[in-house]
Design a protein. Structure first.
Ligand code: G4P
Length: 531
């Protein structure tokens, strides 16, 4: 096989999904710690340092002390080359968060043990399901009072509709957290409250059959409870089946505490063993296999104006097959141009490192003079195929946008269209009129501020935003079969069209969606649009 097969096969590219505050950052830091990428947990992107570490591409980031766009972290661990894709949470939740998942081969889902499945996890999970990628669960904060373990698993199964398979089982929680039972090794690993930020402390392991020592170690009550739970678990839980895991039907679950660093390395080891090497990807000529095809990649994110002085854009691409060499010529399929990619770089947190080579599974950022769009394919000059496009994700916040100075119509339309082309916002028009009024849809409300800021600073256009009450948008999948004029919706429904003229429906609540479907037999609505 090719000389890059080995490099590709040791790559693991994944995203961490969670609701804000579940512990994604803390877990990421502990992963990096094991990989030796940082010396002290917290030094990469802890909230305390975030204020100083943010890149300076946009004042808004500085003002708010957050990073508006996501980045990629690469590190080595145990022979693996690991790429973690950051999915921004808090207010900076945007379409980029979703798109990042299009570039990942698997996802780690972090759940707060006292809370269970929360809203943002649910949203991100849907995208993973759509892609059928494996999902691994880390139930975090076991050092705090947690919900009942069976209840937590039940919550995942019911809320997300995925079967769970505990890899280990917690012994108590909060002050009573004593460690975990490893189901594969059939032994108990006792928890020692390790110093924050250090590597995992030494732990005691004893076989579960050794009841005498077990009782000595964790106490009689805890031992009895554990033995009972293990018996129940072995009888009731789904059997471990790697094939089902890789298809995304079964999620392996580990328990631990990212902050006190217990169970993190066990989880990382299990995860790396079970997760997948870079996955083949669908193109118009069929599936492209990462190791059997020369270089190819697709653009999943475009970040504008990282450096205001240069007005540059960075196009982030996921390499899908073969090896990338900085000197090689590639074809940009959508632009029908053969070119050298300019300043290929790896963006590590807020630092950029120029790179000479990269392999399938890796993410590179290249200087974009305004030629790339999200979803574009790059391949070898002799080829000309296209990867399947990236879906458009349903915005949840809508506003009507008007420019303050009506004389600046041209700049306004140009600015809004360009920002929409980068994928930061989606724009819609009233169904029966033209561009007099624009409706903007965003996934995260911060994007409204970004739009306002950028129009003022880059296009010299002041705008007014009027929030609209809609929260749900649906594309009409079978638009050619449906007579839109006759469509009978609810009173709160609004018909709009996107810039290509595709019809869409806006709803205030999800109940109205069901009602509209009931009233219009044959109507097929979808949450993910295709470009
Ligand atoms: P996020 O990226 O998912 O938003 O969460 P992050 O890691 O920033 O963690 C959110 C808060 O939860 C942080 O506390 C963090 O220290 C805490 N945390 C994370 N993992 C654990 C855990 O296993 N056990 C406990 N007890 N706490 C955990 P904070 O006070 O909000 O922030 P900070 O000032 O400590 O950074």
């Amino acid at each position: 096989m090719s000389n890059y097969t080995e490099e590709i096969n040791r790559r693991r590219t994944f995203a961490i999904i969670s609701h804000p505050d579940a512990g994604k950052t803390t877990l990421t830091e502990k992963f990096l710690l094991y990989g030796g990428a940082i010396n002290l947990a917290g030094s990469v992107k802890g909230k305390a340092t975030a204020r100083h570490a943010v890149s300076d591409w946009m004042q808004i980031e500085k003002d708010r002390g957050i990073s508006v766009t996501s980045s990629v972290l690469q590190f080595e661990y145990d022979g693996y080359c690991i790429n973690i894709l950051d999915t921004p949470g808090h207010q900076d939740f945007s379409e980029d968060t979703y798109r990042t998942l299009m570039a990942a081969d698997s996802a780690v889902m972090v759940i707060d043990a006292s809370k269970g499945v929360e809203a943002q996890t649910r949203k991100l999970f849907k995208v993973c399901v759509m892609r059928k990628i494996p999902i691994f669960t880390f139930i975090n904060k076991m050092d705090r009072e947690a919900r009942d373990t069976f209840e937590l698993l039940d919550d995942i199964e019911k809320e997300l509709g995925i079967a769970t398979c505990p890899i280990n089982w917690p012994i108590g929680s909060g002050k009573g957290f004593q460690g975990v039972y490893d189901r594969e090794k059939k032994c108990v690993i006792a928890y020692s409250d390790t110093e924050k930020g250090t590597k995992e402390g030494t732990s005691t392991e004893i076989p579960i059959q050794d009841e005498e020592h077990l009782k000595e170690l964790i106490g009689e009550d805890a031992a009895d409870k554990l033995l009972g739970e293990v018996e129940l678990l072995d009888g009731a839980s789904a059997e471990f089946d790697l094939d089902e895991v890789q298809k995304g039907n079964l999620t392996p679950v580990c328990f631990g505490s990212a902050l006190t660093n217990f169970g993190v390395e066990i989880f990382l080891k299990h995860f790396l063993k079970m997760t997948t090497t870079p996955l083949p990807r669908k193109a118009d000529i069929g599936l492209i296999n990462p190791t059997e095809h020369e270089f190819s990649a697709f653009v999943f994110k475009i970040q504008a104006n990282m450096n205001k002085a240069h007005r540059d854009r960075i196009a982030f691409m996921r390499i899908c097959s073969g090896k990338f060499d900085a000197n090689m010529e590639v074809r940009h399929v959508q632009g029908n141009k053969v070119m050298r990619l300019s300043q290929p770089q790896q963006i590590m947190a807020d630092e950029r490192k120029i790179l000479n080579e990269a392999y399938a599974g890796d993410i590179i950022g290249v200087f974009d003079p305004g030629i790339f769009s999200i979803g574009d394919t790059l391949c070898m000059p002799k080829e000309k195929f296209q990867y399947e496009g990236i879906p458009t994700f349903a915005p949840e916040h809508f506003a009507r946008v008007r420019q303050v100075d009506t004389m600046k119509r041209k700049q306004f339309v140009k600015g809004v269209e360009q920002i929409a082309q980068e994928g930061a916002i989606q724009i819609f028009q009233e169904f029966n009129t033209g561009l007099e009024e624009i409706i903007v849809g965003v996934v995260g409300v911060l994007q409204f501020d970004v739009l306002k800021y950028r129009l003022e600073n880059e296009y010299n256009v002041e705008i007014r935003l009027e929030n609209l009450p809609y929260e749900h948008i649906r594309w009409i999948e079978n638009k050619d079969e449906i007579d839109l004029a006759k469509l009978s919706g609810t009173s709160d429904m609004k018909k709009v069209k996107d810039m290509k003229g595709n019809p869409l429906l806006l709803f205030v609540n999800s109940w109205s969606i069901g009602m509209t479907l009931d009233r219009n037999k044959g109507l097929v609505l979808t949450e993910f649009g295709r470009n």
